[in-house]
Design a protein around this ligand. Structure first.
Ligand code: PLP
Ligand code: COI
Length: 339
């Protein structure tokens, strides 16, 4: 194997040794299969190809100072995938099977789990797709669950450093009663144009306002939003954003640190009152926000004047990472050690 430069990994795909798969046929999930192929052979009329019957998840495994590998909140990802399945009528994989598959694929690819010192991690990507053939718009009767892994570095440029973001009013990612709360590929397809435009203009990512009133902050294409003021952690409550497991963890950690936590609609104007702000997610961890520009309204909300991450973002980031890497006790039972 070519030497991997662990400390300079980007958030990209790298081939690993194995993936694992479980098929759903005739109303039941089958045995777990180990594959070394990067390809899927499927029917050309599979519902995932035509009608977007696909769900995915994202979680990470970390190698600790003690050499042990820890997976973060895997049951929460299993539960969210089940929720997505209910949202777009796919067969639900039981948590126990999800756990079996995730632990197995990590074990099989152990040599790709980055060393502790690198600050990198193993990204785990569960995928569930409708493989049964349909021409009418109906759910499939066959599904494939697959888990692939790949070692990754930071999702947003520079890792834990501040970045500029932009609000575009001309795009919506998801509708108030649509699929934004589910982790389905269609939401990401809907974000591609806005994301490209953001990058072309020099921004790290795009922010969406609620699609109905264009008044409240929803989230980015791949991360939730939080703002900090008056010792309070404030994050949007919305029917069109993904319930982020990282955000849920940060709410708990903020509370543990003696902060107040508010989950409620966040009007855009309130951005001007935050002392700090961040984007959070499995891939992004915490990406402190330097500023958010509302280009169509010629406004700019600045959260970091000196370009450095603020003290609360830094504290939350350090605490979360310490739990994930096993440097601090796992007081909330979030971590599964891969045996
Ligand atoms: N929002 C969106 C749209 C995402 O794709 C993600 C990534 O999973 C998140 C938020 C963060 O969720 P989590 O913290 O569970 O990874
Ligand atoms: C994640 O944080 O796991 C994401 O889903 C982000 C992106 C790669 C889709």
């Amino acid at each position: 194997m070519k030497e991997i430069d662990w400390s300079n990994l980007s958030f990209g795909y790298m081939k690993t040794d194995y993936n694992v798969r479980i098929n759903f046929r005739e109303g039941a999930w089958g045995e777990l299969e180990v594959s070394s192929s990067e390809y899927i052979n499927m029917h050309m009329a599979a519902t995932c190809l035509h009608y977007g019957q696909e769900a995915f998840e994202g979680l990470k495994a970390f190698r600790g100072k003690d050499g042990k590998i820890r997976v973060f909140r895997l049951e929460d990802n299993a539960a969210r995938m089940q929720d997505t399945c209910r949202g777009i009528l796919m067969a639900e994989l039981p948590t126990e099977r999800f756990r079996e598959a995730v632990l197995k694929v990590i074990k099989l690819n152990e040599r790709f789990v980055p060393p502790y010192e690198s600050g990198a991690s193993l990204y785990i990507r569960p995928l569930l797709i409708g493989t049964g053939a349909q021409v009418g718009v109906h759910p499939a009767d066959e599904y494939l669950f697959l888990v692939l892994v790949t070692p990754v570095g930071p999702y947003f440029k520079g890792g834990f450093s501040t970045n500029p973001y932009v609000i575009f009013r001309q795009f919506d990612r998801s509708a108030p009663l649509g699929t934004g709360i589910y982790k389905v590929g269609g939401n990401y397809a809907a974000s591609l144009r806005a994301n490209k435009m953001a990058h072309d203009l020099g921004y790290t990512s795009e922010f969406y306002l609620d699609a109905k009133e264009k008044k409240y902050i929803d989230e980015c294409g791949a991360a939730n939003f939080f703002g900090i003021k008056d010792n309070t952690y404030i994050t949007p409550l919305s029917t069109s954003i993904l319930p982020s497991i990282t955000n849920k963890s940060l709410m708990q950690l903020a509370e543990d640190m003696g902060m107040k936590v508010e989950r409620r609609p966040v009007p855009e104007e309130e951005l001007s009152t935050f002392e700090e702000a961040g984007a959070c997610g499995t891939a992004a961890v915490i990406s402190p926000i330097q500023r958010i520009d509302d280009v169509e309204n010629n406004k700019s909300y600045v959260f970091s004047k000196d370009g450095k991450p603020g003290p609360v973002c830094t504290k939350l980031y350090n605490k979360l990472r310490a739990i994930q890497y096993g440097d601090e006790p796992d007081a909330h039972g979030w971590v599964t050690i891969v045996e």
